[in-house]
Design a protein around this ligand. Sequence first.
Ligand code: ZN
Ligand code: ZN
Length: 402
Amino acid sequence: MFLILPDEVQVNESLESFLIRLYQVNGYDSYRTLAFVVRDWLYDHDNEASGAWPLVLQQANIYHANHSSAFRIRAFKLLDSLFHDASELVLSKCLLNSASFFSPRLSSVAYRNVLIPQSFLRKSNIPICPKCLRESEGIPVFWHFKPYQVCHIHECELVSHCPKCNNQLNYIVDEKISHCRCGYDLTSAEGKEVDDYESCLSKYLAGEDVNDLPQCFDMSERLGIILWFYHRYKSVPKYDPKAIIEYFSQWPNIYYDELNAISELAIDRQLKSFNHTDFKAIFGDILICCRKLPYRELNKNVILKTTINYLIQLVDKNPKNKVANLADLKLNVIEAAAILSTSIEQVYRLIEDGYLKLCIRLKRHSRLSPFQSAFYLRHVIELRQSQLPILGNQHTTYLPAW
Ligand SMILES: [Zn+2]
Ligand SMILES: [Zn+2]
């Protein structure tokens, strides 16, 4: 069996777009027809892989294959072998399952070594840029990401509905790239032009340098920052590019001001002593939500770094005193792990080895729950600053003495 490769396969073309163009250029009437032919060919070569071959385009991507994803990877590799000189072409287009998560425990998929929050993936509607489609037929993978609302090349809003029949566009359901299911030619649609400012977020997602958003080269880190922002500020219209750019143009002062206001309010309204108060009762989930975005290392997690800097200053401004102050708030294991840029397991080892002191008494034979408040903020910050081998940029694993 031999398959013709579609023209101009772009590096960032989505898997589904590639598969649609593949069935078209090889003269099949639908993806399903091609899928049956490929499956029969696979059956002769590798029974397990043929069982994992997707017959429905909407389920084609590897992250949809829960249990048999290893077999599906094998099936795509075999498909690659049908093209002349195109090693790992199909596989490189896949969104893979990933065990990594973004705080607070949000699942991710991997694409070319970039981790993408699964909540960013569009499902029912995949908007398009008509100008891009005029230039080349193929759907870039960016159009699948919810925060990507504006074409970063043409600076126009993506078109989400067909101008003729007003149906939501989804090329995967329609199995057509440049036409709506009603037959309308999408290259004649017009996307609303936007100003430079509004296209910043899309440029950031496409890997370009943008002044108003935090400087980082790693794409997973950029996605972590975007995820953190929309997760924290739920009142902001979801994926509104203006809100996030405006916010980060004032970073980090805008965040510090917000945390200062929270601290002042806590002092004004204090009911019980701060050494009997949980950190999260005052500051909410600020540590839980930036612990892993998707990295723990401070040089790759600007939100965590800024949060810790704030807490270091807070402890400095509130020295140990007879009367408890904000530096004596109580942290749980997960919050301590965030400040120490380490894993929850490592925090337990720090307790066992006597580096981290509990501020509560545990009942005999009972184990500390990760959610139980057990350390003073001051102690954890002091440990962070003590240059233990756990700390520093690269070393997030605590090395015991032996
Ligand atoms: Zn475009
Ligand atoms: Zn239509």
